[in-house]
Design a protein around this ligand. Structure first.
Ligand SMILES: NC(=O)c1ccc[n+]([C@@H]2O[C@H](COP(=O)([O-])OP(=O)(O)OC[C@H]3O[C@@H](n4cnc5c(N)ncnc54)[C@H](OP(=O)(O)O)[C@@H]3O)[C@@H](O)[C@H]2O)c1
Length: 260
């Protein structure tokens, strides 16, 4: 008997979603790439009922980059309600949401407030779920370097940081989705924890970016005040295997291949 399952990846064209789809397909599962560009829209509900027919699990890695709290809260709450309704109607066994470590303590950050609305929606929906809260992706470091740039330097909050590779996030989500429902929230982080400034320095050094990096205790995280452990798991967590150093080597070999 085949162990192949159907898994719908909401946001399946995105950074994490496309990796999750590839992992599922390589393992012999049926993966549906669900995104507005494919006619499947969690916010409007378009195409959901057909996409979910026969699905065992849904992985929600959809995203809307907005720092307007009402807009982002409405996006995640409405999408979450549409997904839960359609999943229950189709008899989907397991819903997995990708959220962010520390979300509930950082809601003064409008985007985090949206993620909180997404989490609350699935918890209240009656659909069986697991929420996976990941730390920042290595792929997000470039955005962070731009966001914290001041003149010719980069100043970041004086906090601990434990970023993770998108490949590890996608692999963990697939594993969680195919496993038993938890109806709980779990944390997922990279293999190494260090000061944010030290991680940023390693990242910029590897890119040949010579800007000075320093920690500034007065800085928050996109509008939310932070303390030393705000962005790292407080207790037990799942952990990725790919270190920042290994990931950076992988990035430079991709660049070399592109040049050749
Ligand atoms: N960046 C980080 O460090 C970090 C850390 C922890 C967690 N996260 C979470 O990770 C998740 C995935 O992030 P990502 O970087 O992979 O996102 P991304 O690359 O920006 O991709 C977003 C995806 O969402 C889809 N989408 C947008 N609106 C949708 C809708 N109405 N219905 C269905 N799909 C929709 C997009 O589809 P189209 O291609 O059709 O537009 C795209 O596939 C986010 O929820 C984010 O909060 C991020």
């Amino acid at each position: 008997m085949s162990n192949s399952r159907k898994v719908v990846v909401i946001g399946g064209t995105g950074l994490i979603g496309s990796k999750a789809v590839a992992i599922l397909r390589n393992a012999g599962h049926e993966a549906v790439v669900a995104s507005p560009s494919n006619g499947i829209n969690a916010f409007t509900g378009e195409g959901l009922d057909t996409a979910l027919t026969g699905a065992d699990a849904v992985i929600d890695v959809s995203n809307l980059m907005s720092f307007d709290a009402p807009v982002i809260r409405n996006f995640f709450a409405t999408s979450g309600n549409n997904l839960a309704r359609a999943e229950k109607a189709a008899g989907v066994r397991h819903h997995v949401t990708l959220s962010i470590v520390g979300t509930d303590a950082l809601v003064q950050n409008p985007y985090m407030s949206g993620k909180q609305a997404q989490e609350e929606t699935i918890r209240a929906s009656g659909q069986d779920y697991t929420i996976v809260r990941a730390t920042q992706f290595y792929e997000f470091l470039e955005t962070l370097a731009d966001a914290y740039a001041v003149d010719d330097a980069v100043k970041v909050p004086d906090i601990q940081f434990q970023p993770i590779a998108a490949d590890d996030v996608a692999a963990a989500l697939v594993k969680v989705a195919l496993a038993e429902v938890r109806n709980a929230t779990i944390d997922l982080a990279g293999p190494d924890r260090a000061a944010f400034a030290s991680v940023m320095k390693d990242y910029l050094d590897a890119k040949g970016d010579t800007r000075a990096v320093s920690a500034d205790a007065s800085l928050g995280y996109f509008g939310a005040p932070v303390s030393e452990m705000s962005l790292v798991p407080a207790g037990a967590s799942l952990n990725g295997k790919i270190t920042l150093a290994d990931w950076l080597i992988g990035q430079s070999s991709v660049k070399e291949e592109e040049k050749a």
